[in-house]
Write a protein that binds this ligand. Structure first.
Ligand code: ADP
Ligand code: MG
Length: 306
């Protein structure tokens, strides 16, 4: 079985002047499944862009290997079916948005007809139709970012490699990008994107890999992480007798309504006890560690072990 992305023991050491070395990536191994949205989450300087640049053939790895759809990333053919958004897209700013897309379409050997049709579609998708005939020079940062994304969609590739696609966008732009990612997922496409924002991962990803100090620190489905983060529940009840006598922690009391903090492993017993005492459960809320806390813990641990 070939994966859209296979990364095997990838390492990258940047060698600067005066024997200055930066170990940007160490022994990174990771497979991305067909049809998944994968969040590559890490703080600044973690090695996200380095990984992506290696996948895109822009820099070479010091050790290890990577393949796209089974083809070594050293070969340009590996990227035939890939849309790529660089971290700070520097587009030819003397071209108009439409001309830029046309330039990209030709690079992917699209016909003039296909370029015209697809350009219209993606400009509309990224709300750039009104700006399509203006030079990119006159675009705001957010518009450039959106044109960069439009360009990845143009030839309808199977795999999308996006380096911080939500960066530099206002809330409307971010929500637009998230919608596009969800739409790609519905079409069965594979999306690999980097970010340092946990909420973006929570919103659209199936799986997340946490990278810090050039190492993969965690890899799991977002669902699993959120489920494993459940610490307990706050339960509001009406009536229910002397539950504190059974060792349960009462947080609040208002009128006949009481709120208890119940650890995960005592939840069933608590509910049973409420029923025995003729109480009524009114509201249950899950208390969980969110992805942000999970991420911060891992990054801190990463610092310790590095
Ligand atoms: N061309 C380069 N020369 C030297 N060091 C670099 C170069 N590019 C990146 N680095 C260093 O490699 C590390 C990883 O950088 P990068 O992959 O850009 O991280 P991220 O995208 O996660 O913020 C950082 O310490 C960064 O300073
Ligand atoms: Mg980066």
């Amino acid at each position: 079985m070939t994966f859209p992305i296979e990364i095997e023991s990838l390492a990258k050491t940047y060698r600067g002047k005066k024997r200055m070395q930066v170990e940007a990536l160490r022994e990174l191994s990771l497979n991305i499944n067909q049809g998944e949205v994968f969040g590559f989450l890490g703080p600044n300087g973690a090695g996200k862009s380095t990984t992506i640049k290696i996948l895109m053939g822009l820099i070479s790895a010091t050790a290890g290997s990577a393949r796209l759809f089974g083809t070594e990333v050293r070969q340009a053919a590996a990227r035939r079916n890939v849309g790529y958004l660089p971290e700070n897209p520097a587009l030819y700013d003397f071209l108009t948005g439409r001309e830029y897309l046309s330039f990209v379409g030709k690079a992917f050997a699209m016909t003039d007809g296909a370029i015209a049709e697809r350009s219209g579609v993606v400009l509309e998708q990224l709300q750039l139709t009104d700006a399509a005939n203006r030079p990119v020079r006159s675009y705001s940062k957010g518009m450039v970012q959106r044109l960069g994304l439009a360009q990845t969609l143009l030839h309808e590739p199977e795999l999308y490699i996006l380096d911080e696609p939500m960066s530099g966008l206002d809330p409307i732009g971010r929500s637009l990008v998230k919608d596009i990612i969800r739409q790609l997922k519905r079409q069965g496409k594979t999306v690999f994107f980097s970010t340092h924002i946990t909420a973006d991962v929570e919103a659209v990803c199936d799986r997340v890999g946490v990278i810090a100090k050039g190492k993969l620190q965690a890899l799991d489905s977002v669902d699993n992480i959120l489920r494993s983060g459940v610490e307990g529940y706050t339960v509001q009840i009406n009536g229910g007798g002397d539950l504190a006598a059974h060792g349960y922690t009462q947080l609040e009391e208002q009128g006949g309504m009481r709120e208890f903090l119940v650890p995960k492993d005592q939840f069933n017993d608590f509910i049973a006890q409420v029923a025995v005492e003729d109480g009524k459960v009114e509201l249950i809320e899950t208390k969980r560690k969110d992805l942000e806390e999970f991420f911060l813990e891992i990054v801190k641990q990463g610092n310790v072990s590095a």
